[in-house]
Structure formats: C-alpha cells, structure tokens
Ligand binder design. Structure first.
Ligand code: PMP
Ligand code: GLN
Length: 392
C-alpha cells in the first residue's frame, strides 16, 4: 500500500500522456547495451576549441551573475549580423532578437507567450515531440496534418481544410526532423499566403538551418517581408557549433511578437548563461569557411552513411537537410519500428530512433527508422560494420 502510494503519478493532465521522450529511452537503452548511439541527435565530438576556450575564459574572468533577460547585446548583435550575412535580412538586435536556453526554451516561450487556451496550432507530421507537449501545456490543441509520402510533400488541400477561426498558428520545422525535408520557396510562400488569409501566426523551427545539402541554400521565413508581422523564427547554436549541451538558442520576430516571447521567457529561465552566450557570439561571427566546412563534413558523412545503408539493401530516405537519415523497414520481418530498434540495440549494437514517435498516431511512421550521422567517421564505420554483419 505504502509502495503504491509512492508510485502515485503527480504529472499534470496536460503532460501525462506524453511519458518519457523516445530520445531518453533510446539513449538509456544504448548506454545499457554498450551500443553505438545513433539515436538521440548529438555529435560525439565537441565544437570549435576557440569557442570552448572563450567560454572557460569568460567563466574565470566573470562576472558569473544574471545577465539581461533578453540576452547579451554581444550575442544578439551576432545573431543579427549572421541573419544579414546568410539571408540578407535586417533584424534589430534590441527589439527583435531574444536569447533563450536552446531552441527548446525558445519554442516553449513562444507557445506559452502567444497562445490562449482553446487555440489551435497546426503541426505538420512527422514533428518534434516538444511541439505537442508545449501546445498542450499552454491549454491549446494540436491539429495534425501529415506530409505526403514518398516525397514528404506539403498536404495543401488538407491544410486548407483544417485552418479556421480557432487556428492561432502553424508550426513548421525547416529543415525537418526526422525526415530531412527542406521546404521549397514555393511551399513557404504558399503557407505564408494561407496564414495571411486566415490571420494565423507562422512559427518556424530552423535549428538545422546550416545543414542543407545538394547545393541548395536555406530559405528562412524571415526572407518573406510580406509575412514579417506574423513570423517567429526559432533557432539554436546546438547543431551549427556542435555543442548541444550548452543550450544557447534564440528567437527572431517582430517587436510585437518578441514582446510576447520575452514576457514568458522572463518567467521561465529569465536568462541564459552569460559565458556561453559570449562564446557563442564568437562562434557565430566566425567567417564563412567555418560554415562551409561544417556543411562539407556533414555532406561527406551523409554520402558515406546513406550509401552504406543502400549497399546493405535497405531502402534509404536521403535527407535534403538535417543530420538524420532514415530507412524503410516495411519489408523486413519486424512488428514495427520500435520492435526493430529494440532488436537493433540489443542484438546488433546500434541504437536508432523509431520514427513513429514523431507522428500523433504512430502508424504514420511505423515503417521508418531514423539514424543520426553526426558522429566521427570511425564511429560511423563501426556502426556500418555491425549493421553489415547482421544484414548478411
Ligand atoms: N527543434 C528540433 C527540430 C530539434 O531537433 C531539436 C533538438 N536539438 C530542438 C528543437 C531543440 O534544440 P535545442 O537543443 O537548442 O534546445
Ligand atoms: N533533437 C534531438 C533529436 O531529434 C533530441 C534532443 C532531445 O533529446 N530532446 O534527436
């Protein structure tokens, strides 16, 4: 009886249905089995040494106290400069850039600062697990539409059907985790016009903005001045500078929308560690060669990893962006993607993510499994060796 009592669940009703994330579950399993972890998306190498040195120096020099809630001027200016350099867009660092604890807090601050209870937010599946959880916590409702396979095309007719009076926002992820879709200019423009017609906000999670392959370049929603009054772009330094544990992210939006984001941000974390902000300002200001070599490195890894999977006979979904590649396991003899991933981690020694967790109704992606290739070449080589041996 006592024991039953200690096991009592105290999680609020909005979050209870979500349970522990699939990323925690798979990384825990991977560690337990001593597997190669290609599940949760983090590099097995650290970002630039000069950036790490700058952070340690800033910690030793101090101050190590609260910094301004909206972020250090140094980092906000670096964000504005990078936005101008890569996308040709002017943003005011004082009124339009807010530094957050990763894109995660940027998303939470945006959703909690802008949504009213009962609002609807349209999500485009497959989508990142944080979105529905934070929408629910805001008392709003997620309305799902799915990208149309095999090409992961935008379901335009369905979008026109679900958007309505209750819709407050559409939340997109470009490039998209886990499927690697990169939205075309035409798709973004189409979405913008739809949102303008229905007076709906556009929230765009662009954390993989610098990982777009095949000579294409990232088009941010900030590139559409005609939609500027309804656009909120969220990004992060995590992937671009290979320091996912630092949690330095940011939100860019009009002054009025930034005010809403800042309102909730001040009550969530208030501010983000100053030393890490200072170091990330330095990182962001690195010249184009840094960004070019990051992309070149990941393009090579994508090539090696996807080709190896294809050579083994897997049907591979090459990503247009992100550092994730997926395989279709529909023809293999497994109950579903979760069963496949559980088998793989314990019998083959490679951990992956069952993609169905990115769909509201898991059957949407039950035949897909996601691997991250943000790993050292030797890690990928060993993972490939293990997979090959098993596949034979
Ligand atoms: N959005 C997406 C699509 C992600 O994959 C992730 C995971 N890194 C995040 C947001 C969270 O980013 P951060 O680590 O900066 O909080
Ligand atoms: N974004 C990472 C991924 O998709 C996971 C981050 C997390 O653990 N929440 O793998």
């Amino acid at each position: 009886m006592e024991r039953e009592k200690t096991k009592e669940k105290r999680v609020c009703s909005a979050l209870a249905p979500f349970g522990t994330t699939i990323f925690t579950e798979m990384t825990t399993l991977s560690n337990k089995e001593g597997a190669i972890n290609l599940s949760q998306g983090f590099p097995d190498f650290d970002g630039p040494i000069e950036v790490r040195k700058a952070a340690s120096e800033a910690i030793m020099r101090g101050p190590n106290q609260y910094c301004p809630s909206i972020g250090l001027a140094l980092l906000r200016s670096a964000v504005a400069d990078k936005t101008k350099r890569f996308y040709g867009v002017n943003v005011d660092p004082d009124t339009q850039v807010t530094v957050t604890a990763g894109a995660s807090e940027g998303l939470a601050a945006t959703l909690l600062g802008l949504l009213e209870p009962g609002d609807e937010v349209i999500l485009i599946e497959p989508c990142y697990d944080l979105y529905p959880a934070m929408i629910a916590r805001a008392g709003a409702h997620a309305v799902y539409v799915s990208l149309v396979r095999p090409g992961f095309d935008l379901p335009k007719e369905q979008l026109k059907m679900v958007i309505g009076k209750k819709t407050r926002a559409i939340l997109i992820n470009n490039p998209q985790n886990p499927c690697g879709k990169v939205f075309s200019n035409e798709e973004l423009n189409w979405l913008g016009r739809l949102c303008r017609k229905h007076d709906v906000l556009m929230i765009s999670d662009e954390v993989y903005e610098h990982l777009v392959y095949d000579g294409r370049s990232h088009v941010t929603l900030l590139n559409f001045p005609q939609f500027a009054d309804r656009v909120i772009v969220i990004s992060s330094t995590a992937k671009t500078f290979s320091m996912t544990g630092w949690k330095v992210g940011y939100v860019i939006a009009s002054e009025a929308l930034s005010e809403a984001v800042r309102m909730s941000h001040q009550f969530i974390t208030f501010c983000t560690p100053g030393a890490l902000q200072e170091a990330m300002a330095l990182a962001m200001n690195m010249d184009d060669s840094y960004y070019d070599s990051l992309l070149k490195g990941y393009s090579a890894k994508r090539e090696i990893f996807c080709n190896a999977l294809a050579d083994m006979g897997f049907e591979v979904l090459w990503p247009e962006g992100t550092y994730y590649a997926s395989i279709d396991i529909g023809t293999l003899d497994f109950f579903d993607d979760l069963a496949f991933c559980r088998y793989l981690v314990s019998h083959v020694g490679v951990a992956a993510i069952p993609s169905s967790f990115f769909w509201n109704e898991r059957r949407g992606g039950r035949d897909l499994v996601r691997f991250c290739f943000c790993k050292k070449d030797e890690t990928l080589t060993e993972a490939i060796r293990r997979l090959k041996k098993w596949k034979r």
